[in-house]
Design a protein around this ligand. Structure first.
Ligand SMILES: Nc1ncnc2c1ncn2[C@@H]1O[C@H](COP(=O)(O)OP(=O)(O)OP(=O)(O)O)[C@@H](O)[C@H]1O
Ligand SMILES: [Mg+2]
Length: 426
């Protein structure tokens, strides 16, 4: 094998003991950073629970690059992962986890082993929502499929955390979320993510994290949705004999995938423009702004009155139209809201009215936002958080980062609310 048995230093990190060595990676302690480890990739490709295995020079660098890019995206949208940062071309720094010995598989289309286990289902059957399956990591027994009930009954205790129904349910939901986020990301490169597997670990703080790696070994990826163009490890799995030329093809595919991630175009810049009719509405606008920022939205706050400074209001609209960006306007005006409807009548960007003022005023004032002249499409919300969410949903239509942040936020409730519920019962 091309990787030496033990390594002393990686990317400036002095390595401690080799914690574990698997088929494709070595995991080392980092004595200077307790609770962390270095995952060092090997130039090795394997399939069929390790029965088929080859050295493949350069694979470690390609795999590491892919994993780092993928985890950077997941971290950016707020998914909790063990990834910390790239440490070297073939290694990354990670939180040290006790791993949960389950593979969490999510599928959009039926193919591969699913078809064998479900005779009669045609290849390409589309799962909406994605299909989720779990497999116990046990090479000797070919990673048998396990039900949720089997995982719960195994009573895994990992870094002090008992893996019960809530935890299994949460990991199932996170697996689907990770799939959906990466599916969106890959669609921007015209690639269909067909299925993928991830693993979870628990760090020293007892937090459940997406761990291990996510690279070309982890998924099926079909450029243009065409199976014949597949660029994932399936190409290697399908080989009955493996020539140097075959290995070169596999490597070039993996390289292509890593390069595509480099070419990911960051989503269009965007702007949420919060316009208030009077400086006295500033506190309300700042609340909207802070909710927007939590969702990763860029914001600007402006002041103008549609009634008193009409031309200035129109100038502001023209300025933002000229930026040629996806824009959402949020109009904040008390009493008679002329502002939102006037903006709405002079732009084709979405306009959301979010009137300020006390609850008592609202019942009276809201009608000026709701009962708009014909031909206007502005909408009205009452709470600053709702305004920010509505703006984010518009931006998310063309922005996979904002879409993912919304998706992650929604998932958060499936952890925080049952935890709160459990708290009330203790
Ligand atoms: N953040 C982490 N902390 C601790 N161990 C980790 C972490 N990420 C991955 N591991 C573990 O590192 C080991 C080596 O990885 P590798 O993928 O090479 O193993 P493998 O031979 O494929 O075996 P497996 O089938 O268990 O993945 C695995 O047991 C994996 O669970
Ligand atoms: Mg592995």
């Amino acid at each position: 094998m091309s990787t030496p048995t033990t390594v002393k230093e990686v990317g400036g990190y002095k390595l401690g003991k080799l914690i574990i060595e698997g088929k494709t990676k070595q995991v080392y302690d980092v004595p200077s950073l307790p609770g962390h480890c270095i995952l060092l990739s090997k130039d090795r490709i394997t399939a069929g629970d390790g029965v088929k295995a080859h050295d493949l020079a350069g694979k470690s660098i390609i795999s590491n690059k892919t994993t780092c890019k993928v985890f950077e995206i997941l971290t950016r949208v707020g998914i909790k992962t063990s990834f910390v940062k790239e440490a070297a071309s073939n290694a990354f720094l990670s939180k040290k986890c006790e791993m949960i010995p389950i593979e969490w598989v999510t599928r959009r289309l039926a193919t591969g082993s699913f078809l064998k286990r479900h005779p009669g289902v045609k290849e390409g059957y589309r799962f909406n929502p994605p299909k989720h399956e779990t497999f116990f990591k046990d090479d000797a027994n070919h990673d048998p499929q396990w039900s949720q009930e089997q995982i719960i009954s195994a009573e895994f205790k990992v870094n002090g955390v008992q893996i019960g129904k809530l935890e299994v349910d949460y990991m199932t939901r996170v697996s689907i979320l990770v799939f959906e986020v990466l599916e969106k990301v890959w669609s921007t490169r015209d690639c269909a993510l067909i299925d993928m597997k991830i693993e979870f670990g628990v760090d020293s703080c007892g937090e459940i994290l997406v761990a291990d790696v996510i690279d070309s070994d982890s998924w099926r990826l079909w450029p243009s949705g065409d199976k014949r163009l597949m660029v994932d490890k399936q190409v290697y799995r399908n080989l009955s004999t493996v020539t140097d030329k075959d290995l070169d093809t596999v490597k070039r595919n993996f390289e292509w995938v890593a390069d595509q991630l480099d070419l990911l175009i960051p989503p269009n810049d965007h702007l949420v423009v919060i316009i208030m009719g009077s400086p006295s509405d500033k506190d309300h606008c700042n609340k909207i702004k802070s909710y927007c920022q939590e969702l990763g939205l860029n914001t600007e706050i402006r002041v103008t009155s549609a009634h008193k400074t009409t031309e200035y209001t129109l100038d502001i609209i023209s300025y933002y139209e000229g930026l040629n960006l996806p824009i959402v306007f949020i109009a904040v005006a008390g009493r008679s809201n002329g502002l939102g409807p006037v903006i709405s009548g002079n732009t084709d960007f979405p306009v959301i009215n979010c009137p300020p003022g006390s609850k008592d005023d609202l019942g009276r004032d809201i009608w000026s936002s709701l009962n708009v002249p014909s031909g206007l499409g502005c909408t009205t919300v009452v709470y600053p958080e709702t305004a920010a969410l509505a703006a984010a949903q518009s931006i998310a239509l063309t922005n996979y980062i904002v879409w993912s942040k919304l998706r992650v936020r929604r998932l958060g409730y499936f952890w925080s609310l049952p935890k709160a519920d459990q708290g009330t019962r203790n």
